[in-house]
Design a binder for this molecule. Structure first.
Ligand SMILES: NC(=O)C1=CN([C@@H]2O[C@H](COP(=O)(O)OP(=O)(O)OC[C@H]3O[C@@H](n4cnc5c(N)ncnc54)[C@H](OP(=O)(O)O)[C@@H]3O)[C@@H](O)[C@H]2O)C=CC1
Ligand SMILES: O=C1OC[C@@H](O)[C@H](O)[C@H]1O
Length: 398
């Protein structure tokens, strides 16, 4: 019963009725953020988390259609909106805005992040950072040059549960790593014709959408980049064969301990998992499984752990234990509540960085660039090729 009540409380506070705190910024005014695109993800990734952050105000939204912008703004209590052909640029030109949340389709991440940085705004950028590693490299280079914060929104990395899994592996309690398996999928019907995920020029594809998490998580837990792609397979979207609706890849990573064997990693992502018996919707899974020399670690739900998750640790010949990690230990002085979503933890870190404080953890620009690079390599391997690089030029000599 207590578990059910805990689940409902977390669900409610994270995604339905987030607690609202007064805005009391040490800097005088809270960080004013503007959203590019009235995107589906914006409420759970920024608007709800901002309600419980004392130093963030969701100040404006821009949409291609002014009516849509206005409706979205009114629905979410946002006082300012921009719309029409110049709506996005008008938001960037607003001198009161400090930071921008770029929730546009992947293929537009580069153009609008470059424009936002050029306008002097910090950027919280949706994953994957762009269509190519070159786009990512240019964005982080500009952010560095302008001394602005740019973060690829790999929200799962900010939650204590994935950090706990890494801690277990890195502690050596189970010996060196042998294999890791990552699965992420959405039930068929979630992504249908017309969705940005099925649009090639907008950076669609399962590997871009769900696969970028599996790859990021593998690289994070391995503390390394892959050394080789052993095999990769894909299912193509019949209406546009340049789009993968599901992709799986077997990779090799360097040994986790000196002199050890390479770590074998398999990752699988699917945007259209067929229903069980043809009718029961079935997510492919949201799991991480790690096989070490002396035992296994399994994490269920690494992308939405606030709702529910568990880690099981099974030492060979030992007793299986289960851990749940909704917040950092009270002794650690790291901020957080059991109801904080990955996005709320992420916002805390983003604001800390913008305000010149050290965030609890971070996804570096180099990490984001490498993730894109390996996405491109896997696309090459399966014969689909990279998503098209943006033709946008910030400077004429770009
Ligand atoms: N962190 C996470 O958990 C998640 C991240 N994402 C990422 O967020 C981004 C947006 O995803 P999601 O919110 O699901 O997508 P949506 O389709 O809901 O939103 C995309 C927004 O992009 C704008 N847009 C601008 N140009 C175009 C165009 N040519 N075609 C379609 N839309 C356009 C639209 O804004 P307008 O209002 O101006 O019309 C729309 O609101 C993606 O990069 C995705 O990978 C998505 C889901 C979860
Ligand atoms: O980032 C994401 O996470 C949640 C999914 O629903 C979505 O497709 C994806 O873009």
């Amino acid at each position: 019963m207590a578990a059910v009540i805990g689940f409902l409380k977390r669900l409610n506070a994270a995604f339905i009725n987030p607690p609202v705190v007064p805005k009391v910024s040490e800097n005088g005014t809270p960080l004013k953020t503007g959203i590019l695109g009235a995107a589906n993800i914006a409420p759970i990734a920024l608007i709800y988390p901002a309600k419980s952050h004392p130093d963030v105000e969701v100040y404006a939204v821009a949409a291609r259609d002014i009516t849509r912008a206005e409706q979205f703004a009114k629905k979410h209590g946002i006082n300012k909106w921009f719309g029409g052909q110049n709506g996005y640029q008008q938001l960037l030109d607003d001198p009161d805005i400090d930071a921008v949340y770029n929730a546009l389709p992947n293929g537009l991440h580069y153009e609008w992040t470059m424009k936002a940085l050029a306008a002097g705004k910090h950027v919280l950028l949706e994953k994957p950072s762009g269509n190519t590693a070159e786009e990512a490299r240019r964005m982080f280079e500009l952010a560095n040059r302008k001394n602005l914060v740019l973060l690829e929104a790999f929200h799962y990395r900010f939650h204590p549960v994935i950090q706990r899994v890494k801690e277990i592996i890195d502690s050596g309690e189970l010996g060196s790593m042998k294999e890791m398996q990552f699965v992420l999928g959405w039930p068929k019907g979630f992504v249908s014709d017309g969705n940005i995920r099925l649009n090639y020029s907008l950076g669609g594809g399962a590997l871009m959408d769900a696969g970028c998490y599996t790859l990021s998580c593998a690289r994070y837990l391995a503390s390394n980049d892959p050394t080789a792609i052993v095999d990769a397979k894909t299912l193509r979207y019949p209406k546009d064969p340049r789009i993968d609706t599901a992709t799986s890849a077997d990779l090799l990573f360097p040994p986790s301990t000196p002199g050890g064997e390479p770590v074998k990693v398999s990752m699988k992502c699917d945007m259209m998992v067929p229903p069980r018996f043809g009718i029961i919707p079935r997510p492919e899974g949201v799991t991480v499984h790690i096989v070490c020399e002396q035992g296994d670690v399994h994490l269920f739900n690494y992308t939405m752990p606030v709702i529910y998750h568990y880690i099981t640790v099974t030492p060979h010949g030992g007793k299986k234990r289960t851990e749940k990690v909704y917040s950092f230990p009270p002794t650690s002085s790291v901020k957080g509540e059991a109801w904080w979503s990955t996005y709320r933890y992420q916002l805390e870190a983003f604001v800390d960085r913008v305000r010149g404080r050290a965030p609890q953890t971070w996804v570096t620009g180099e990490d984001s660039i490498q993730n894109m690079l390996w996405i491109e390599k896997i696309y090459e391997e399966i014969g689909l090729g990279s998503r098209p690089q943006s033709s946008f030029q910030l400077f004429a000599d770009d």
